[in-house]
Write a protein that binds this ligand. Structure first.
Ligand code: SF4
Ligand code: SF4
Length: 171
C-alpha cells in the first residue's frame, strides 16, 4: 500500500494523511490481532504511568512556562517532523483523535494542543527529557523514575510498531 519511504518520510501532513488511510484500511484487522490485543492495553497502562510521573514532577506546567518564553520549548514545528505514519496509526489504535491543532504557518508542533501534546505515544525525541530545567529541578531518584517510565513506554510502543509494520507490509 505504502513504501517504507512514504510511511516514515515526507511532509507532516502527508504522513498524517497516510496514517488515516492505513487506519481506515487496516484498523479493525490490527485491533483483532492477538499480539495487538495483548500489547495495546499494556502500552496504555505504561503511558498513563509516564503521565503520572510527569505530573508528579510538575513537568506540564514547567514545559508550558518554557514554551511561552521567547525561543519556546521543545514542541516546535520542526519536532512534528519526527512523527511518522506508523506512530500516528498506533495513536489512532489507542483511540486518539489524531489531527493538526494549528494553522499551517505555526512555528509550534501541529500536535500541541491547549493541554499539551495530543498524542498518547510520541516520537522518541519527545521522550528525551534531558533539559536543564528538569535535570536541575529534581533529585537523581526522581529522574531515574522518569527515565524508567519513559523507557518502558518506548519499548512497548516500538514492539507494537514492529507488529503493525509487519502486518501492513505482508498484507
Ligand atoms: S522538556 Fe525542558 S526544554 Fe522542553 S519544554 Fe519542557 S522544560 Fe522546556
Ligand atoms: S511532545 Fe507532542 S506536541 Fe511536543 S513535539 Fe512531540 S509530538 Fe509534538
Amino acid at each position: 500500500m505504502f513504501t517504507i519511504n512514504e510511511l516514515y518520510f515526507g511532509r507532516v501532513e502527508q504522513k498524517l494523511s497516510r496514517a488515516h488511510q492505513l487506519h481506515a484500511h487496516f484498523g479493525q484487522k490490527l485491533l483483532a490481532l492477538p499480539a495487538v490485543k495483548e500489547k495495546l492495553p499494556q502500552l496504555e497502562t505504561l503511558s498513563h504511568a509516564l503521565q503520572r510521573q510527569m505530573a508528579a514532577m510538575s513537568m506540564f506546567s514547567l514545559c508550558r512556562a518554557c514554551g511561552e518564553k521567547a525561543g519556546g520549548g521543545c514542541c516546535s514545528a520542526y519536532m512534528a517532523n519526527e512523527t511518522d505514519a506508523v506512530l500516528l496509526l498506533l495513536n489512532m489504535l489507542l483511540g486518539v483523535t489524531v489531527a493538526s491543532q494549528r494553522r499551517d504557518d505555526s512555528c509550534e508542533c501541529c500536535y500541541l494542543g491547549l493541554q499539551g501534546c495530543t498524542l498518547r505515544v510520541k516520537p522518541i525525541f519527545c521522550l528525551n527529557y534531558n533539559c536543564r530545567h528538569i535535570l536541575t529541578g529534581n533529585e537523581a531518584s526522581v529522574l531515574q523514575n522518569l527515565e524508567t517510565a519513559a523507557s518502558a513506554v518506548l519499548r512497548a510502543q516500538t514492539a507494537l510498531e514492529e507488529i503493525i509494520l509487519g502486518h501492513i507490509r505482508s498484507a
